[in-house]
Design a protein around this ligand. Structure first.
Ligand SMILES: Cc1ncc(COP(=O)(O)O)c(C=O)c1O
Length: 393
């Protein structure tokens, strides 16, 4: 059997039609398959490779750290310099009160930790989340996921979960003194790039403050520059009580984090002791990689041009079959007539060397979320292929 057949036979599948490309190398904006075919990456491993594939500084950091030490002991016991220096660097670029980082292995685990932290700190039983939100696939994250179709087969899920409508003022009335936390994506990603209205997200922040509810913002997909500023909440002009990061945080290695104040985070240390623990969370190699990626993001000034690059996409994504494009920075949902048209367009793009896909809750929308280092020429080339696809199919 060849690798593709072995993949289908022995690697657990999550759909009946995986892309099943066999990529043998990736660098910067490109991937190459086993036949040497080149693909321009328009989705960055779903918003992971913000600084591109195999950034040389990230590769060096991984190699150097792997030679020093890898796993030493479970999270939180030893002083591990890659964790310490990355936590310091991140908090130096966050508001003063977001000064304490809990590193996890993934975005979903950061969500789980943040939900537990909010319950423990407030002593309250309920969590509110939003329809069309995606926060991960573990049971707590699935309980708050905003789509009944995906939740239903896995009941019973967590009790005490309220689902609210994003960008809806009336929904905010459901937040009460029993609500430990409201968790919201700063930009709804899998919903098809839904940007919050400024007045609404301010009203959400105010309602949380008035009821003593913690506001958790999930920036797993939109954070770390993709939205046009380092953090999307900066654009909205509000600050969360807990921030959740993942995906690009590890520079291509698995790493997530929930970040809050020292005071709130302290509640995980007692009654009970070891309130949240993990063996591999904050793995030193992954923290070294993440820190190198974050530094590259800053040193190469990659965030500065994100909005201009987004605007260039919008300028070139003009076609009568494109119904709308929703976007913030380099997060875009290109809305087409239907899933069928979207699927055919995506297949055409992939066949012509441009890698893209769709969204979990917006299957008629094509995803554009490339590494932030995409050039003007690459943007124009990608849009040409997409428009050509819409002419042909
Ligand atoms: C907004 C958001 N939050 C959380 C997650 C979960 O992250 P992970 O897949 O690393 O568990 C995702 C994953 O796509 C996400 O998009």
């Amino acid at each position: 059997m060849n690798n593709r057949q072995l993949f289908l036979q022995h690697v657990a599948q999550t759909t009946d039609a995986p892309l099943a490309l066999e990529i043998v190398k990736a660098a910067g904006m490109y991937m190459w398959d086993a036949d040497g075919k080149q693909y321009l990456d328009l989705i960055a491993g779903i918003s992971v490779c913000n600084v591109g594939h195999c950034h040389p500084a990230v590769v060096t950091a991984i190699q150097e750290q792997a030679q020093q030490y890898m796993h030493l002991l479970v999270y939180g016991e030893f002083v591990q310099s890659p964790q310490v220096s990355y936590a310091k660097l991140l908090t130096d670029h966050l508001p003063d009160h977001l000064n304490c980082v809990y590193f996890t292995n993934s975005g979903a685990e950061a969500v789980e930790g943040a939900m537990k932290l909010a319950k423990r700190y407030t002593g309250r039983p309920e969590i509110a989340a939003f329809n069309r939100s995606y926060h991960g696939s573990t049971q707590g994250a699935l309980s708050i996921l905003g789509d009944e179709y995906f939740r239903n087969a896995y009941r019973p899920l967590l009790p005490g979960i309220q689902h609210l409508e994003y960008n809806n003022f009336e929904s905010l009335e459901l937040i009460t003194v029993n609500t430990a936390a409201v968790i919201a994506e700063s930009v709804q990603a899998e919903g098809g790039v839904i940007v919050p209205q400024r007045e609404w997200i301010h009203a959400l922040r105010n309602k949380c403050t008035a009821t003593g509810t913690l506001l958790i913002l999930d920036e797993v997909q939109c954070g770390l520059g993709r939205n046009g500023t380092l953090w999307a909440f900066q654009q909205h002009g509000i600050e969360p009580d807990i921030l959740i990061l993942g995906k690009a945080l590890g520079g291509g290695m698995p790493l997530g984090a929930f970040i809050s104040s020292k005071e709130i985070m302290w509640s995980l240390t007692h009654a009970p002791i070891l309130g949240h623990i993990t063996t591999f969370g904050g793995h030193p190699v992954n923290c070294a990689a993440g820190k190198a990626a974050f530094q590259a993001l800053l040193n190469e000034n990659l965030v500065k041009d994100v909005n201009a690059k987004g605007a260039l996409f919008l300028q070139h994504l003009k076609h009568p079959r494109i119904k709308a494009v929703r976007s913030l920075g380099l997060m875009m949902a290109v809305q087409l007539e239907s899933f069928e048209v979207n699927k055919k367009t995506i297949d055409y793009c992939i066949a012509h060397g441009v890698l893209t896909d769709w969204f979990l809750f917006a299957s008629d929308c094509m995803r554009i979320a490339p590494p932030l280092l995409i050039t003007e020429e690459q943007i124009i080339e990608a849009c040409k292929v997409i428009c050509e696809a819409l002419d042909q199919i």
